[in-house]
Design a protein around this ligand. Structure first.
Ligand code: ADP
Ligand code: MG
Length: 252
């Protein structure tokens, strides 16, 4: 039996403002097994971030359901939602989004550790351990987000996400804002973590080379709907749908 950790069923999101409504995501279903990496690809505006934000409860889901380790989390709030964030963490496109600009990176990571129940005394050493795991020296704990590069800030954001020892890491274009060489370094860090920590990943990106290197299976999204799914080899080398062919040709 596969160990399903996350299950999304028939997700739908309708954004409304005044009398206008817009369906950004429709009938999206998938499962994520333990230790697996699922890629979601699609053009800009195809609904990738909306899916991530519904799963992490940053926005309400219009229809459909999300379950984490067999528990329905579609509409949970408060204390129950905080428990979900112990299992599922998100890394954003803009690394600065993970930190308060007025507080040091170490404070941010420490806050996550204490939310996960760690004593103040153990926090400092664990913060340094997490920074090191993400390729940063202990001195980075004292730096403010604006005092480090984008790549360094993203490493610290990953360290912060790992502080709660989650089962799932959702990366929403986590390397898109970085320079190409730094992208590769952060990707190597993620691959390393996947192998070492039995983490499951939801990797949202429009870079098919990244998908090829990292994902076990892929969903192709077009205007909010899944048009094709399969292994990276299916999607990249044997695409069935015209849209996938165009997507592959445009980026590879
Ligand atoms: P992607 O991450 O694939 O680039 P998004 O999920 O951000 O796409 O957006 C999907 C569609 O939903 C886009 O057309 C976007 O304009 C629209 N959208 C996203 N957020 C909102 C919102 N809060 N209100 C209205 N429309 C939105
Ligand atoms: Mg997006």
């Amino acid at each position: 039996m596969p160990d399903t950790i996350l299950r999304a069923e028939h997700l739908k999101k309708v954004f409304t403002s005044g009398k206008k409504s817009f369906t950004a995501v429709e009938d999206v279903s998938f499962t994520l097994e333990r230790g697996e990496c699922l890629g979601i690809v699609g053009e800009s505006g195809s609904g990738k971030s909306t899916i991530a934000r519904m799963i992490t409860r940053l926005i309400e889901t219009t229809e459909g359901s999300v379950s984490l380790l067999g528990k329905d989390i579609t509409n949970i709030k408060g204390k129950e939602l905080r428990a979900v964030y112990r299992e599922m963490q998100m890394v954003f496109q803009m690394p600065m989004e993970s930190f308060d600009p007025r507080r040091t990176l170490g404070d941010g990571i420490g806050e996550s550790l204490r939310n996960a129940g760690m004593s103040r005394r153990d926090t400092k050493i664990k913060t340094e351990e997490l920074l090191e795991m993400c390729g940063l020296t202990p001195e980075f704990a004292a730096r403010y987000p604006h005092e480090v590069s984008g790549g360094q800030c993203q490493r610290a954001a990953i360290a912060r996400a790992l502080a709660v020892n989650p089962s799932i890491l959702i990366c929403d274009e986590a390397t898109s804002a970085l320079d190409v060489t730094v992208q590769k370094q952060v990707l190597e860090l993620l691959i390393n973590l996947k192998e070492k920590k039995n983490l499951s990943f939801l990797l949202i990106c429009h870079d098919l080379a990244l998908v090829q290197a990292f994902c076990d299976k892929v969903l192709v999204l077009c205007r909010g709907k899944v048009v094709e799914q399969g292994t990276p080899d299916d999607i990249i080398n044997h695409p069935k749908e015209e849209y996938t062919k165009i997507l592959v040709d445009s980026v590879l």
